[in-house]
Design a protein around this ligand. Structure first.
Ligand code: MOS
Length: 735
C-alpha cells in the first residue's frame, strides 16, 4: 500500500526543511523566548565537593538592585522526587537539606529583574561550609561499589575453559576520562505559571519526560504542564534527564508568580547537565593460532554520583560484538562526590569499544593475522546472546566495502613499516555493533481540504534532522510532494514521543508515522466505502496505493480519487489519524532486533620527534538500515566522527583531586577539535532496510562516534608499535 519500496522521496538527500528558519535566525531556541513580566535567575553552586552548609547570609544579595528573591534549602518547600524513566531514576531534587554531595551543586537560586542583576547578586550570597574529605577517584578503595544495578552483566560458556584452549591471550587495562556534553546552546529554562498550570520552554531532548517529572515534583496533574522545545541547540545527551536547574526555575516562577528565565553559564554546564563518567576497564581476550576467538573477559568500573543511579555498563557491548563461545562481562560503579553523570554521545559503548577493539587488534597482531581478516573471521552470524538471526546485519559489508574505499590492502604488515618523509604512517580499523534504544512512540497525521498535510509528535530535533526526515516520510507515505507537508514537534501536548537519544527516536517515530499514514488511508477508504460516486468504493487498504495527492487502485492507477475530492464531496475540513509504534520483540519476530553496525578506517600521520599526531583520513562504513535522507544521515555520521576524534585525542574534563573543582570548565580550556584537526571524512552506507519494522530504519545517532578511539589507537600502534590504553591520546604518550 505504501510507496516506501519505490522510495521516491525517502532516501533523497533533501535540504533541511528548517534550514531557512535557522539561517535567518527565525528559529526560536529556548533562550530566545521572552515573556511579558519575565524575570531572570542565576544559580549559586557549591564551592566544596563534600560536607555541609553551616550558614547562608543572603542579606546583601537581597538588598542588591533588582533582586526579587533568593531561595535556598532554608526557604525552599519540600519537593517530591522525580519519577523513574526508561533511563533510570531522576537526578536528586535540589535544595533538600544542608548536605553537599558535589562541587557545583545548586545551593541557591537568585531571581532579579535582569540577568546581570541576578548574576551579580548571586556573588553576594555568603555561604559557610563544613567540608569533609571528598571521594573523587574511581579507584578510591573507600568508595561504595554499586554492583550490576540493572542486571546487565552477562556470562556465556566458561571463560576459564576458553582461556585454557587459547594459543594467545592478551590483557590490558584501559582508562577513559570524564568528558562533558557541551551542546553549543546553553541549556535554558523559561517557566511560567498560570494559576495551577505551568508552561516551560526547555532545552530538552524529551519534552514528555520534563512534563512527567515536573508534574511529579510539584504535585500537579500532567495535563496542567506543557513543555515546549521546537528547537534545541544541541543535546549530546545533556537534555535526556530533568536536571536541578529546570526544577529551580519552575520553583522560582511559582513563588514569584512571574515568568522566570534561567540560562546556564558554560562553567555551570560542566556540573549541572551530566557528563560521560570516567572508566577503568580490564580486558582479556584469548584466541587460537588459526584466528578463532575462544574467550573474552571484560570488567569495567565507572564513576557515579552520590544518590543517583545513572548507569553505563561499559563492558556490555563486548557480549554481542563477536561470535565467541565464552564471554564474561562485568560492570561496577564507584560512588563519588562528583556531579551526576548522564548519557553522553554513545554512552558506555563509546568507552567500552575503545578497550574491546584495541584488544582485538592486539590479538590479531599477536597471531600475525591482518586485523580485518581477524574481525571477518569472528563475525557474529547470529545474535551471540539470543542465538537468533539478526533482523539485519551488514557489518561484514561494512568491513569489506569500507576496506575497499579506504585502500586497506595497501597497509604494510608490520608496525612502523609505512612512512612518508619523516612521518610515520599508520592504518587502523575498528568494528562497531551499536544496540539502540527501541521504544514506543506515537504520531498524528492530518490531511486538509486543500490537499496539504501536517503531522506531529512530541519529539525533538536536536540538530539531527528529525523535522526533515519525518516530513519526507510523511510525504512519501501519503503520496504528496514535500512542500505540501509540514511536520511539527517539540510540544508535550502532541502525541507521545520518546527521547531524542539512544539512537532510538528516528526508528520509533518513523514507525509511528508509518502507522498513522496507513490508518489515515483507511479512514479515507472508510468514507467512500458506500459512496457510489467514488472509484474507490469498496476498496480495501490492500487494494490501493497513494501518489500525486490521490488514492488509487494498485491494479489500475486511473481508478482513484484525490484527497481534496473525497473531503469536498463529504463536507470535511480535514481527516486525521493516530499511529503508534511499539518496539519489535525478538519473541514475535524469531529474530534479534538489530541496531546499527559500522566499520571505521583511519589513517594517522605521526611526527615521532615531536609526538605530533594528525588524523589524515577516515572512512566510515555504516549499516543504519533504511536511510531516510542521505544528506542528513551523512551529516550525522560526520558529526559523530568528529566527536570520536574529539574523544580519542582531545576531550578530558579535569577535576581537581582535592577540591573536586572542574579545572577546565570553559570552551577555552576544554579541548575539542577545530577544522585543522578534522580531515576529509568519507561516509558510506551499506546494507538495506531492517526486517524488524515497517520502515526498516535503524538509529544512526551514535554509531558515528563509536570506534574512532580504537581505530585511531590501532593506527597509532600500526605507525609506532606503541599501544596507547589511555584516552585522550596525547603528545606525551607518543614521545
Ligand atoms: Mo544521546 S547520549 O542518547 O543523546
Amino acid at each position: 500500500m505504501t510507496t516506501l519500496e519505490a522510495g521516491r522521496i525517502v532516501g533523497a538527500g533533501l535540504d533541511r526543511v528548517d534550514a531557512p528558519l535557522k539561517v535567518t535566525g527565525a528559529a526560536q531556541y529556548p533562550n530566545d523566548f521572552t515573556l511579558p513580566g519575565m524575570t531572570h535567575a542565576a544559580l549559586v553552586g557549591s564551592t566544596i565537593a563534600a560536607g555541609r552548609i553551616t550558614g547562608i547570609d543572603a542579606s546583601e544579595a537581597l538588598a542588591a538592585p533588582g533582586v526579587l528573591t533568593v531561595i535556598t534549602h532554608l526557604t525552599a518547600p519540600r519537593l517530591e522526587p522525580g519519577p523513574m524513566t526508561l533511563l533510570g531514576g531522576s537526578p536528586p531534587t535540589p535544595l533538600r537539606d544542608d548536605r553537599i554531595l558535589h562541587y557545583g551543586q545548586h545551593i541557591a537560586i537568585v531571581v532579579a529583574e535582569s540577568a546581570e542583576q541576578a548574576r551579580h547578586a548571586a556573588r553576594l550570597i555568603h555561604i559557610r561550609y563544613e567540608a569533609t574529605e571528598a571521594l573523587l577517584d574511581v579507584d578510591d578503595p573507600r568508595a561504595e561499589i554499586v554492583v550490576n544495578p540493572w542486571g546487565m552483566d552477562t556470562e556465556r560458556g566458561d571463560v576459564g575453559a576458553g582461556f585454557a584452549q587459547a594459543d594467545v591471550v592478551v590483557e590490558g587495562t584501559y582508562t577513559t576520562p570524564d568528558n562533558t556534553n557541551n551542546p553549543l546552546g546553553l541549556m535554558t529554562t523559561v517557566a511560567s505559571w498560570h494559576g495551577d498550570s505551568l508552561t516551560v520552554h526547555d532545552s530538552t531532548q524529551w519534552p514528555h519526560n520534563v512534563r512527567t517529572t515536573l508534574a511529579a515534583v510539584f504535585g500537579i496533574p500532567e495535563s496542567g504542564v506543557r513543555v515546549l522545545a521546537p528547537f534545541v541547540g544541541g543535546g549530546f545527551g545533556a537534555g535526556l534527564r530533568v536536571w536541578s536547574h529546570v526544577i529551580l526555575a519552575v520553583l522560582a516562577a511559582r513563588e514569584l508568580k512571574r515568568p522566570v528565565k534561567l540560562v546556564l553559564s558554560r562553567p555551570e554546564m560542566f556540573t549541572s547537565v551530566g557528563h560521560r563518567p570516567n572508566s577503568v576497564q580490564q580486558i582479556k581476550i584469548g584466541a587460537t593460532r588459526d584466528g578463532d576467538l575462544v574467550a573474552i573477559e571484560h570488567h569495567g568500573i565507572s564513576s557515579v554520583a552520590m544518590e543517583d543511579d545513572d548507569y553505563e555498563p561499559v563492558s556490555a557491548g563486548s557480549a554481542v560484538a563477536y561470535a565467541c563461545p565464552n564471554v564474561l562481562t562485568r560492570d561496577r560503579q564507584a560512588r563519588l562526590n562528583i556531579p551526576c553523570p548522564g548519557s553522553m554521545r554513545a554512552p558506555a559503548e563509546g568507552q567500552g569499544n575503545f578497550a574491546l577493539e584495541s584488544a582485538i587488534d592486539d590479538v590479531a597482531h599477536a597471531i600475525g593475522m591482518d586485523p580485518l581478516e581477524f574481525r571477518l573471521r569472528n563475525f557474529a552470524d547470529e545474535h551471540p546472546l539470543r542465538g537468533l538471526p539478526w533482523s539485519s546485519n551488514a557489518l561484514r559489508a561494512c568491513y569489506l566495502e569500507g576496506a575497499e574505499r579506504f585502500g586497506w590492502s595497501r597497509r604494510g604488515r608490520e608496525p612502523g613499516s609505512m612512512r612518508e618523509g619523516n612521518l610515520l604512517v599508520g592504518y587502523g580499523l575498528a568494528g562497531v555493533s551499536y544496540p539502540f534504544y527501541q521504544v514506543p512512540c506515537q504520531a498524528r497525521v492530518s490531511v486538509r481540504h486543500d490537499g496539504s498535510a501536517y503531522a506531529r509528535s512530541a519529539a525533538t530535533d536536536i540538530g539531527t534532522g528529525t523535522y526533515t526526515v519525518m516530513t519526507q516520510l510523511t510525504a512519501e507515505l501519503l503520496g504528496l510532494d514535500v512542500d505540501r507537508v509540514r511536520f511539527d514537534l517539540g510540544d508535550s501536548d502532541m502525541p507521545y514521543a520518546p527521547q531524542a537519544g539512544g539512537s532510538g527516536l528516528t526508528g520509533a517515530l518513523a514507525n509511528a508515522v508509518h502507522a498513522a499514514c496507513r490508518r489515515l488511508t483507511r479512514e479515507f477508504l472508510d468514507i467512500v466505502r458506500d459512496d457510489t460516486r467514488s472509484p474507490l468504493q469498496g476498496a480495501t487498504a490492500e487494494d490501493v496505493a497513494v501518489s500525486d495527492g490521490r488514492i488509487h487502485l494498485i491494479e489500475d492507477s486511473a481508478q482513484g480519487e484525490s484527497y481534496v475530492g473525497i473531503l469536498a464531496r463529504h463536507g470535511l475540513e480535514e481527516l486525521s489519524a493516530d499511529g503508534r509504534s511499539t518496539p519489535p520483540r525478538a519473541e514475535d519476530l524469531g529474530m534479534a532486533p538489530a541496531g546499527a553496525f559500522g566499520a571505521k578506517f583511519v589513517e594517522v600521520r605521526i611526527d615521532p620527534a615531536l609526538g605530533l599526531l594528525r588524523v589524515a583520513r577516515v572512512v566510515s562504513a555504516i549499516d543504519g538500515g533504511r536511510i531516510l535522507n542521505e544528506k542528513t544521515a551523512t551529516s550525522q555520521i560526520i558529526g559523530g566522527t568528529v566527536g570520536g576524534i574529539s574523544q580519542a585525542l582531545f576531550e578530558e574534563t579535569a577535576t581537581d583531586a582535592v577540591t573536586g573543582r572542574i579545572a577546565n570548565a570553559t570552551f577555552g580550556d576544554y579541548l575539542m577539535p577545530v577544522n585543522a584537526d578534522v580531515p576529509y571524512i568519507d561516509v558510506l552506507f551499506v546494507g538495506g532496510p531492517d526486517r524488524a519494522t515497517r520502515t526498516g530504519t535503524k538509529g544512526i545517532g551514535e554509531v558515528g562516534l563509536v570506534g574512532l578511539a580504537a581505530a585511531i589507537g590501532n593506527a597509532v600502534f600500526h605507525a609506532t608499535g606503541r599501544r596507547i590504553r589511555s584516552l585522550p591520546i596525547t603528545i606525551d604518550q607518543l614521545m
